[in-house]
Design a protein around this ligand. Structure first.
Ligand code: ATP
Length: 699
């Protein structure tokens, strides 16, 4: 066989790999060391006492032990005294032949038995006297013969006997554990008191018991304890009836925090309680930590306040909106300014500030705001209307531009930190703060929206609703503060789309529900119960995650205190940061830009008004509008070739006529059926809409 024949006879095979194909995109089991396994078992085993499972618990157990030891002499003396009293009572009954006497009285034979009873009583007195005399003589003899020591020993044994007799009876702590689980004395959180409180508040039945999950521990300036409710009871009901429980525990409800323990370590019947020693809001308020921050990232939740346990509560602002409601002088403006402070310290954030309170509270923000006004006249309302129209147009533009960005920069139709800081994309996080929003919402100045007559208030309401709905994903943050959170002032459609809510003290539970949401009072959250003296304390119902709140629906928070000088310092810092970053624009930059208004587009977007009949439009614009129909709003770009073919027009003349109507052809990108992107000439729908509008507005 020559070489050529050999190479034809032997067929080359693909290499064979001796291996297993592993899909490493799936979560892989992690090898666990013995130490890890032991640790895990230790933590979950019911045999290991809870006190040995965590340092905090062990420390608390040690403290309790020391306290028990220190208290034991007093407890012993108490038991001996109780024993002595019990012994005396028993002796009195015996000496007065009480049982026999009562039986005779019962049978109405006391007179017959009187002599007999008296004799017996005398006899027992004599026995008592004889016993005392014998005991004294015996004691004397013992002292004389053996000294006082045996006497002391006898008395000690006697005191033990009395202490046993005087030990606490059934059900009292000290004899039998009231909760399942290990038990030692606690200072204030007596388990029996807790069980009784739950029973009195009708949160558990008379025969039901609580189970102790985590013994009472000192946390901050109060006591924390975690308990399991009986199987059929729900933690949500305890939260709902927090006030009854506070009353049963004899504390003010602001001192009691009840939370459901959720996630892996919890279940629907596990409740964590914290009882403050004193009113947690009576202490002086804390200054905002933002004062120490050189700058802030708007994408990070803003430090908003502290709860009663002194845990920091942060408020996320990007991708959401906030409604703050309260009666006057409770700290609304202060709360809204806290949210603003975080955004002011991020130079990449654009701010619109409308202060309808017309006071001095917001003035310092003028040096950083892109748009700023302070006043409560109709002209201010109309100016706000224009801002909002501009913002609606801005949001529409952002969505259109985001659609054109590639998936790596913009994976969803949502702005990201990178997009928001890219000056070329011009989509910064834009926050609009409106203080006393009821003023523009109630304004009755008539406005003409594309032929439809509305009041300025109605139109502002529609624009705000649209912005709250569509704005957050495009980086628009809406913060509205109102003194009048009633259903007439804040349209329900607007309330429904505002993500986060903060209710300071209001007049009644209805107003509280208007701010916090339907039925929130029945779930235990009612801001009308807050005390007038608790300025800056409110119920926060956040949207998304807030640090340290877990899955809590809402929480009582005391906002950080930011007096005017701190606020001014933050605004000054915000200005310096913007100057350095070159992002000082609009009002703060000294050139008040006139809002770019696309009234027709906005009216179409919010559905509040219809454009004028298209018959009024000149050709070929009318034909283009007719051909595009709904696509006018849904598409960004229409190639000239498509229009020329559909309308059967001469391309050069068509281009010239469109240009004369204010809509010259531009270059744009289209994707053909095979997925290839090509650059072609055509018209942006925005330009077409603007052409329609300018024609409609022409006299
Ligand atoms: N976190 C806080 N801690 C302590 N005091 C506060 C706090 N927040 C606000 N206050 C106090 O409450 C007062 C009223 O606050 P603010 O001006 O924000 O009220 P408001 O609800 O906006 O009032 P109005 O409805 O009149 O505009 C402030 O002067 C301030 O002293």
């Amino acid at each position: 066989m020559n070489d050529q024949q050999r190479s034809q006879a032997v067929e080359k095979a693909e290499p064979v790999y001796d291996a297993e194909l592993v899909d490493d995109t799936l979560p892989q089991p992690r090898p666990r060391s013995r130490w890890h396994r032991l640790r895990r078992w230790w933590l979950i085993s019911p045999r290991v006492p809870a006190t040995l499972k965590s340092k905090a618990q062990a420390r608390q157990a040690l403290k309790d032990l020391i306290v028990a030891l220190l208290k034991s002499p007093w407890r012993y003396v108490g038991a001996v005294v109780r024993g002595a009293i019990a012994g005396l009572r028993w002796w009195r009954q015996w000496v007065t032949v009480r049982e026999y006497r009562e039986a005779a009285e019962h049978q109405e034979k006391l007179a017959d038995k009187f002599i007999e009873i008296r004799a017996l009583t005398l006899f027992r007195w004599r026995v008592t006297g004889a016993v005392i005399a014998t005991a004294m003589l015996a004691g004397l003899a013992i002292v004389l013969i053996w000294g006082p020591r045996p006497l002391w020993l006898t008395m000690a044994a006697g005191s033990v006997g009395l202490a046993v007799l005087g030990r606490r009876k059934e059900g009292s702590p000290g004899r039998k554990p009231a909760l399942a689980g290990p038990r030692t004395l606690t200072w204030t959180m007596d388990p029996q008191v807790l069980v009784d409180a739950f029973r009195d508040a009708k949160l558990i039945g008379k025969d039901e018991m609580l189970r102790l999950v985590e013994r009472a521990t000192r946390v901050g300036d109060g006591w924390a304890v975690t308990v399991d409710l009986p199987a059929t009871r729900k933690a949500a009901d305890v939260i709902k009836n927090r006030e009854a429980l506070a009353s049963a525990l004899a504390v003010d409800e602001v001192q009691l925090i009840v939370e459901r323990v959720r996630g892996n370590g919890g279940h629907a019947g596990r409740v964590a309680l914290w009882v403050a020693d004193t009113d947690p809001y009576a202490s002086p308020p804390l200054r905002t930590p933002l004062l120490q921050a050189e700058r802030w990232d708007a994408w990070q939740p803003v430090p908003f306040g502290r709860d009663a346990r002194n845990r920091q509560i942060d408020l996320p602002l990007v991708w959401t909106s906030l409604l703050v409601g309260a009666i006057p002088r409770q700290g609304k403006t202060f709360a809204a300014r806290l949210a603003a402070a975080g955004l002011i310290l991020d130079p990449w954030t654009r701010l619109y500030i409308a202060d309808f309170k017309a006071g001095k509270d917001w003035d310092a923000a003028a040096q950083v705001a892109h748009r700023f006004m302070s006043g409560d006249e109709p002209e201010h309302v109309l100016a706000l209307k224009n801002w909002l129209v501009e913002l609606v147009g801005e949001v529409q533009g952002r969505y259109r531009r985001m659609r054109q960005l590639d998936d790596e920069i913009c994976p969803e139709s949502k702005i990201t930190p990178v997009i928001s800081r890219d000056p070329a994309l011009d989509m910064p996080v834009t926050a609009i703060f409106i203080d006393e929003v009821q003023v523009p919402l109630e304004d009755r100045t008539p406005v003409d929206v594309q032929g439809k007559k509305l009041t300025a208030g109605e139109y502002v309401g529609e624009l705000l609703t649209w912005l709250a709905k569509k704005g957050p994903a495009a980086g628009i943050v809406l913060v509205l503060a109102t003194q009048r959170p009633d259903s007439k002032t804040i349209p329900s459609g607007l309330r429904a789309v505002l993500g986060s809510r903060f209710a300071l003290r209001v007049m009644d539970w209805r107003d509280s529900n208007i701010v916090l949401g339907e039925q929130m009072n029945t779930r235990g959250y009612d801001s009308s119960r807050l005390l007038p003296s608790h300025k800056g304390v409110g119920i926060l119902r956040p949207d998304g995650e807030t640090r340290s709140s877990g899955d809590t629906l809402a929480m009582t928070v005391r906002t950080y205190y930011m007096p005017n000088e701190d606020w001014q310092a933050i605004c000054r810092r915000g200005r310096t940061l913007r100057e350095q970053a070159g992002t000082l624009t609009g009002h703060a930059g000294g050139h008040e830009a006139i809002p770019v208004l696309d009234h027709a587009g906005v009216a179409r977007a919010i559905g509040g008004a219809k454009p004028r009949p298209q018959a009024e439009l000149p050709e070929p614009l009318a034909a283009v509008v007719e051909y595009l129909g709904r696509d006018l709003d849904e598409r960004d770009f229409v190639p000239t070739a498509e229009l020329v073919e559909a309308l059967d027009v001469e391309p050069t003349a068509f281009g010239r006529q469109m240009g004369e109507l204010g809509c010259p052809p531009e270059r744009g990108r289209v994707t053909d059926d095979s997925g290839t992107v090509r650059q072609v000439r055509g018209y942006t729908t925005r330009a077409i809409r603007e052409a329609i509008e300018s024609w409609n507005e022409a006299p």
